[in-house]
Design a binder for this molecule. Structure first.
Ligand code: PXG
Length: 288
């Protein structure tokens, strides 16, 4: 396996960063999870825009143009002979000392690109739908660490994932500080009821799959789509619920906190959107 590390392709065994890297010491960095389908990197430009926005807010100067970054992602996929795969792009503050002051990271940030095969939820979960629960760990307050930042600080999502594991379910709903549904640990959440598709307005990452699904619902299915504040009660009483994310694509949810959702089976709108999503991923992106 070849890894892109600071402008060079290196073997996995030699792809190493310093123990003084502030991504390791403090979670001081940003990342993206990107997918390639049959030689098309799905919405790569949007992923690179989000990475640059995260780094801009964190005041990390990546030291590369967006075009160079797009080329580097494609080069990594090619170097590994992958037409379909998962790309993890990581930018850390770089090497500093044991203090948290980012000014001590005087060199360039570390830029790492890994391209690998993707691990997915088992097929039966797409057919039968997920059972999920709400966990006690809240999503970050936007003025603490804005969930819009895809930073290397994922500990609260990891705590929520541990709580999901303890409950024996594959994903978990995280609420925001006001008690509204924010998102799941690594996926956005949608509900469908009375011909309206709704998804949380705040407290969540602006997922690229989420944006795509909202566009498909409006343009192709002519649904009205609302970004708004949504409580658990509304999710419990939805006709359909599903999650979106780069890894999961669209996955139906059939039970939340013991309440059956709709018919208890993946709903027609979810299945239509999943089909439309599969049609769009091979067209909408950077070809290589
Ligand atoms: N919410 C959160 C908190 C996420 O981290 C999404 C939603 C979905 O966003 P996209 O842009 O992918 O539609 C994410 C992103 C993994 C992994 O397992 C995936 C994510 C986060 C962390 C790890 O590789 N998903």
């Amino acid at each position: 396996m070849k890894i892109y590390l600071n402008g060079k392709m290196v073997e996995k065994e030699n792809a190493r960063v310093s123990v003084f890297d502030h991504g390791l010491l403090y979670g001081d960095g940003a990342f993206e999870g990107i997918r390639a389908y049959s030689g098309v990197v799905f919405r790569l430009k949007q992923h690179i825009d989000r990475l640059f926005e995260t780094c801009h807010t964190m005041m990390i100067n990546i030291g590369m143009t967006k075009t160079d970054m797009i080329k580097a992602v494609v080069a990594t996929l090619k170097a590994n002979g992958l037409r379909d795969g998962y790309v993890r792009l990581v930018v850390t503050r770089g090497d500093g000392d044991l203090g948290l002051d980012p000014r001590k990271c005087k060199g360039a940030p570390n830029v790492i690109i890994i391209a690998d095969k993707i691990t997915l939820y088992p097929e039966e979960l797409y057919k039968n739908g997920l059972t999920i629960v709400t966990v006690p760990t809240l999503r970050n307050h936007p003025e603490s660490l804005n969930p819009q930042l895809k930073s290397l600080n994922y500990l609260n999502n990891i705590m929520a994932k541990i709580e999901a594991n303890n409950a024996g379910v594959p994903e978990a709903i995280m609420l925001d500080g006001s008690g509204y549904v924010a998102e799941c640990t690594g996926d956005n959440i949608f509900m469908f009821k009375n011909k309206v598709l709704k998804t949380p307005l705040q407290g969540r990452l602006r997922g690229i799959t989420r944006d795509t699904v909202m566009e498909l619902a409006e343009k192709k299915l002519k649904l009205s789509v609302e970004e708004t504040w949504i409580t658990r009660h509304e999710f419990f009483n939805a006709e359909e619920v599903f999650l979106t994310g780069t890894a999961a694509e669209l996955i139906p949810v059939v039970k939340i906190d013991g309440r059956v959702i709709g018919s208890g089976k993946p709903g027609p709108v979810t299945l239509k959107l999943l089909k439309l999503f599969h049609q769009t991923v091979r067209k909408d992106g950077v070809k290589f």
